[in-house]
Design a protein around this ligand. Structure first.
Ligand SMILES: Nc1ncnc2c1ncn2[C@@H]1O[C@H](COP(=O)(O)OP(=O)(O)OP(=O)(O)O)[C@@H](O)[C@H]1O
Ligand SMILES: [Mg+2]
Length: 444
């Protein structure tokens, strides 16, 4: 617009226009104009209105819960977990139902304040071999749920008096996850990871070398599981008698505990063999220790008494009514984990390389080789990322040296023999005889 003095069509004031921003709306045809001041005022009114609406929609905690309940039905939660976690169908179902029921309990509790007939909590214990998705599943669940959720590593907890964190730390973590809101903290979910590491030393599993008061830790956790008022100091506050404390009632907090419980399958097998012997059946169940199928069969049969044998005190087991078991992942599952989940390693590399104008192609045989290697390492899906990282390291280093659009082809040999992936210019990549040029010749 031309410079000069113009009249604002809203406030009627004459405005000296030195740049377009002095009269942001101006229609030369009709002369309709709105000055900068009027726009500012309008913005303010709109902002205030939106804030009001936002407050209304946030409403009370009860209203909020109503919304959450509607939004987070078990099948919705499971569908979300399906996007990230391969297999473990039963575990995904159990967790989805547990989370949904937790919302329900909270709503019931808040609507029937002071009533005596409460719905019982269903704390969950998750067992499964290393790298099968326990921690991953819970961390994805926590991202979805709009209720505070905190993960605490149980192996870092020690009995009061020992060097380490007291059990209250688990509640304190939740308090901070809840934005220091006590009401929300009291309705949150605590996940205690590596729970098997606090098994009693006298349990049948003797792999633990140090026992920094594990039984004491279990007793402390028991109090929390039963529902008690836990007191803790704010983060960074040293614990001393005069320090102000925060009090949280754990009665309505849902506890999920999880761990690998290495060796629990043997305890189950022993129990089953004994049972069969006492019934007069043949006792020849050969202990095929490396057999994944056998393991999967056994792990699903874990009973409270097996956990007791493992070294968890009976009172705690009694407070964990839902036993959720995860399976060892087979080659086919590992193959799927490489490419299917939303955050699959191959997808992540594709995205990274796309930023350098590079396409990535993993040959099927290469993916199978990665899965096979992971199986050899016996750490479930955990080693997949590391194996792929090894294969991709040189490529990731060399690629950014040029901006040429290229394509990388990872073959089986890259995984099995450490061969360097082929890099081909993109123009040739759809031709029939792609002549891969080796990394060194092409790029260095
Ligand atoms: N079922 C699965 N689906 C998809 N990804 C998985 C699955 N299981 C494991 N992973 C991947 O492997 C990695 C390691 O898994 P996770 O940390 O969940 O193991 P874990 O079961 O907690 O083992 P540990 O007992 O050793 O703690 C995760 O980061 C995840 O990406
Ligand atoms: Mg874990």
């Amino acid at each position: 617009m031309s410079m000069g003095t113009f009249r604002c069509s809203l406030c009627g004031r004459r405005v000296k226009v030195q740049s377009q921003i002095d009269m942001p709306i101006f229609d030369p045809g009709t002369g309709f104009a709105v000055c900068r001041n009027c726009i500012k005022e309008l913005n303010k009114i709109i902002d205030e209105d939106e804030q009001k609406k936002l407050k209304k929609s946030h409403g009370s905690f009860t209203d909020e819960l109503g919304n959450l309940l509607e939004k987070n039905k078990p099948h919705v939660i499971k569908a979300y977990l399906d996007e990230f976690i391969i297999k473990q169908e039963r575990a995904k179902k159990i967790l989805s139902v547990a989370a949904y029921n937790h919302y329900k309990r909270m709503k019931y509790d808040l609507e029937n304040d002071g009533g005596n007939d409460e719905i019982d909590k269903s704390n969950v214990i998750i067992l499964g071999p290393t790298g099968c998705g326990k921690t991953a599943m819970l961390s994805h669940l926590s991202k979805l749920l709009d209720i505070p959720f905190a993960v605490t590593d149980a192996s870092s907890l020690t009995e009061a008096g020992f060097v380490g964190a007291d059990v209250e730390v688990a509640v304190r973590n939740l308090y901070y996850a809840a934005g220091q809101n006590i009401e929300k903290t009291e309705h949150g979910i605590i996940y205690l990871d590596e729970f098997d590491k606090i098994a009693r030393k006298s349990g049948e599993n003797n792999s633990i070398t140090a026992d920094p008061g594990h039984e004491g830790v279990q007793q402390g956790l028991l109090k929390m599981l039963e529902g008690s008022v836990v007191e803790f100091t704010a983060r960074g506050q040293r614990k001393h008698p005069e320090a102000p404390t925060i009090k949280v009632d754990t009665k309505n907090i849902l506890f999920i505990v999880g761990g690998a419980f290495v060796g629990i399958d043997k305890i189950v097998a022993k129990r089953i063999r004994k049972g069969e012997a006492s019934l007069g059946f043949g006792v020849d169940v050969p202990a095929k220790e490396d057999d994944d199928e056998k393991f999967n069969e056994l792990i699903h049969q874990v009973r409270p008494e097996d956990l007791m044998k493992y070294g968890i005190i009976p009172e705690i087991i009694g407070r964990l009514p839902v036993i959720c078991t995860l399976e060892t992942l087979d080659e086919h599952s590992l193959l799927r984990i490489l490419t299917e989940p939303r955050n699959a390693p191959v997808k992540q590399y594709e995205k990274l390389l796309a930023m350098d104008n590079v396409q990535l192609e993993f040959e099927e045989a290469a993916l199978i080789a990665v899965a096979k290697k992971a199986i050899e390492r016996k750490t479930g899906a955990r080693s997949l990322k590391g194996i792929i990282e090894d294969v991709m390291l040189d490529v990731m280093f060399e690629i950014p040296k040029s901006n040429e659009p290229r394509k990388i082809i990872v073959t089986e040999e890259c995984v099995t023999e450490g061969a360097t992936p082929k890099i081909v210019p993109i123009e040739n990549s759809d031709g029939e005889n792609v002549d891969g040029v080796s990394l060194e010749k092409d790029v260095v």
